[in-house]
Ligand binder design. Structure first.
Ligand SMILES: C[S@@+](CC[C@H](N)C(=O)[O-])C[C@H]1O[C@@H](n2cnc3c(N)ncnc32)[C@H](O)[C@@H]1O
Length: 173
């Protein structure tokens, strides 16, 4: 099922604000060198994540599925001055690459990367979330939802990426 009309997507891609240099570098690297580049949020979805985060102004953000770090850097843009974003990645090589990008960004001190299985790590994080982005391990989405829901502040938000592997279009619900 097509969730986003192709013409609407093209229109939004044409007129959305430009990508930062660092995000462009991450996207270029990922599309050119990563075997699973289709997993990247990309420009338009990244802008949607940034917009939502800037509207919420979260103090604590949780991301499940760091990959090469693109969406974490988009979500970090809305963080409060004392805000933190925790992001969890299973694969060490992707985590290391993401960390190198985080360290070059203005969010170096605000993004905390956890390497390991998010299903275990989410229970160990003693935080209350304003905004959660679930974007990994699709078959466990309902498990993540039920575990994370009690940790979300009243009025907080959970976003879940609905992409199927290898599909070009994506949607956030
Ligand atoms: C769709 S990608 C994330 C894309 C990223 N959020 C972005 O927009 O650029 C999913 C990532 O989750 C990771 N992953 C898969 N299962 C996981 C798990 N159980 N715990 C943590 N990370 C996992 C994968 O290694 C992959 O890097």
């Amino acid at each position: 099922m097509e969730l986003i009309n192709a013409l609407a997507q093209q229109y939004a891609e044409k007129y959305t604000s430009p990508e930062d240099e660092l995000l462009k570098e991450i996207a270029d690297y990922t599309y050119n060198h990563h075997a699973h580049s289709h997993m990247l949020s990309g420009h338009l979805q990244g802008k949607v994540l940034e917009m939502i985060s800037c509207m919420i102004r979260p103090k604590r953000v949780l991301e499940v599925g760091t990959f090469t770090g693109y969406s974490a850097l988009c979500l970090a843009k809305g963080l409060t001055e004392d805000g933190e974003l925790h992001t969890i990645e299973l694969r060490e090589d992707d985590g290391a690459r993401a960390k190198a990008y985080f360290d070059r960004s203005i969010f170096k001190e605000k993004i905390i990367l956890h390497i390991g299985n998010a299903l275990e790590i989410v229970d160990e994080l003693n935080e209350s979330w304003d905004l959660v982005f679930i974007d990994a391990d699709k078959e466990n989405y309902s498990n993540y939802f039920h575990r994370i829901f009690p940790q979300v502040k009243p009025g907080g938000f959970i976003l879940a990426d609905k992409r199927k592997e290898c599909q070009g279009h994506s949607a956030i619900q």
